[in-house]
Design a protein around this ligand. Structure first.
Ligand code: ACO
Length: 398
């Protein structure tokens, strides 16, 4: 049976404990707190510890979203992980998340649309639910960008951070609430404006790709800035129009947190005062696909969102992709407290011969050289106790 709406029933974020300040970065590259804050609005960002990965960050955020929703992991039908920093080229990071959080009955796959990935994944989840195919879809944005940043390139390494955010999208019989309008675009002219040249099949890993630093993120910052300020307001407006609304009807604007100057420019173009815009770029930097769901979960936890509110999520990123979604909020924000005490320990089994490497970049290791290094690296473990049922394509679910 087709539902009346697909509503956000759970939300959660997880950011690693380790904070990397602008002053910390100025010990690695020729930069300063003053330059970074004045050009980007970023004060600090989080970096994943040696024992963390995109899958573990995603898993904790997902557990929190399920706790808030009060939904049993076994009732999740699909896990979508939006990321550009998957644990491996394959399998999909979503399959590792499935094991970690024990969603025995879920299908799982990754979504690759860079910083727009969460918005792309959310619209996909909406389509799954509204078609009647699935009732509960976990939508996660998660990144460990510190693993692919070039810490000799001050143009990029100061901008990004690690973290994860998640929502649960659930079928409801009520005809109101959930996604009301969206817009997804791609401009392939920007394909090489933000990219990671090596490690895919076009430039497989070789000593030469290592020498050329091809395994690190590259970006044309100025061009990307121009693209973002041109595109974000347009995408947001399209989504707002499709929802039958105007910018005046938007209670809270939740943009991709790349640069405060970009956010302010877009808010101005939409005629929104900054008190209707959620900003946390100062504390997390740009966490790519995790950026919008982290901002959303934080906004709800901080009481910035109430039932009946209309929110706009809008993001842009490598590709060049952009995405906007208008959501009518329905959940009780007080349910956020259900996530308190969520277990942060994540168990994902690893093969015996690939367990001991520290994935942290050598230049970052001194920042973990205190008590945290006492925590052991992940060791090979058996798969989670609960039997992982194979996922069978079943056509339309009840
Ligand atoms: N510290 C000190 N100086 C710096 C730094 C730094 N960290 N980075 C660059 N500079 C220097 C440059 O070398 C340049 O010096 P020069 O004039 O001697 O050549 C000067 O600062 C000005 O550089 P600009 O690039 O003009 O600086 P701008 O004000 O444009 O800010 C920035 C650069 C912050 C990168 C901006 O262009 C921006 O935010 N672009 C968008 C980036 C973005 O949002 N990316 C999203 C990626 S999304 C995804 O899919 C991953």
């Amino acid at each position: 049976m087709q539902p009346g709406s697909a509503r956000i029933t759970g939300w959660g974020l997880y950011a690693p404990d380790r904070v990397l300040t602008n002053d910390d970065l100025s010990t690695l590259v020729d930069t300063s707190d003053e330059w970074i804050q004045s050009r980007t609005g970023i004060r600090e960002r989080r970096v994943a510890a040696p024992w963390e990965s995109t899958a573990t960050l995603a898993s904790v955020a997902a557990r929190r979203a399920l706790a808030v929703a009060g939904v049993d992991p076994a009732d999740v039908d699909m896990i979508l992980v939006a990321t550009i920093t998957p644990d491996y080229q394959f399998p999909a990071t979503a399959t590792l998340v499935k094991e970690a959080i024990g969603c025995a009955n879920a299908a799982a796959m990754d979504v690759g649309a860079a910083c727009s990935g969460f918005v792309y994944a959310l619209t996909s989840a909406h389509a799954y639910v509204m078609s009647g195919m699935y009732r509960n879809v976990l939508v996660i944005g998660a990144e460990a960008l510190s693993r692919v940043l070039d810490f000799t390139d001050r143009n990029t390494c100061v901008l990004f951070g690690d973290g994860a955010g998640a929502v649960l999208l659930s079928a409801s019989e009520e005809p109101t609430g959930g996604l009301r309008g969206f817009e997804l675009t791609v401009d392939p002219a920007g394909a090489y404006k933000i990219w990671l040249p090596a490690g895919g099949n076009r430039n497989p890993a070789t000593p030469d790709t290592m020498d050329r630093r091809g395994h690190f993120l590259r970006m044309d910052g100025r061009e990307t800035y121009r693209y973002a300020t041109r595109t974000l307001a347009r995408s947001a407006l399209k989504a707002i129009e499709r929802a039958g609304l105007t910018p005046d009807d938007i209670t809270l604007f939740v943009p991709h947190q790349a640069n405060i100057r970009i956010i302010e420019s877009v808010a101005k173009q939409l005629g929104l005062s900054m008190d209707r815009v959620y900003v946390n770029v100062d504390r997390y930097g740009n966490t790519s696909a995790a950026s919008v769901p982290i901002a959303l979960a934080e906004a709800v936890e901080r009481g910035r969102v109430q039932p009946g509110d209309h929110l706009v999520f809008v993001a842009f990123g490598a590709g060049y992709t952009s995405g906007a979604a208008v959501v009518e909020w329905t959940a009780d924000p007080a349910l956020s407290s259900r996530a308190n005490g969520t277990d942060r320990d994540v168990s994902i089994h690893a093969p015996d011969d690939w367990t001991s490497d520290d994935p942290t970049q050598p230049v970052l290791r001194p920042f973990f050289a205190d008590h945290e290094t006492a925590r052991p690296l992940p060791v090979a473990a058996e798969p989670a106790d609960a039997p992982q049922q194979p996922v069978v394509a079943e056509g339309v679910a009840p």
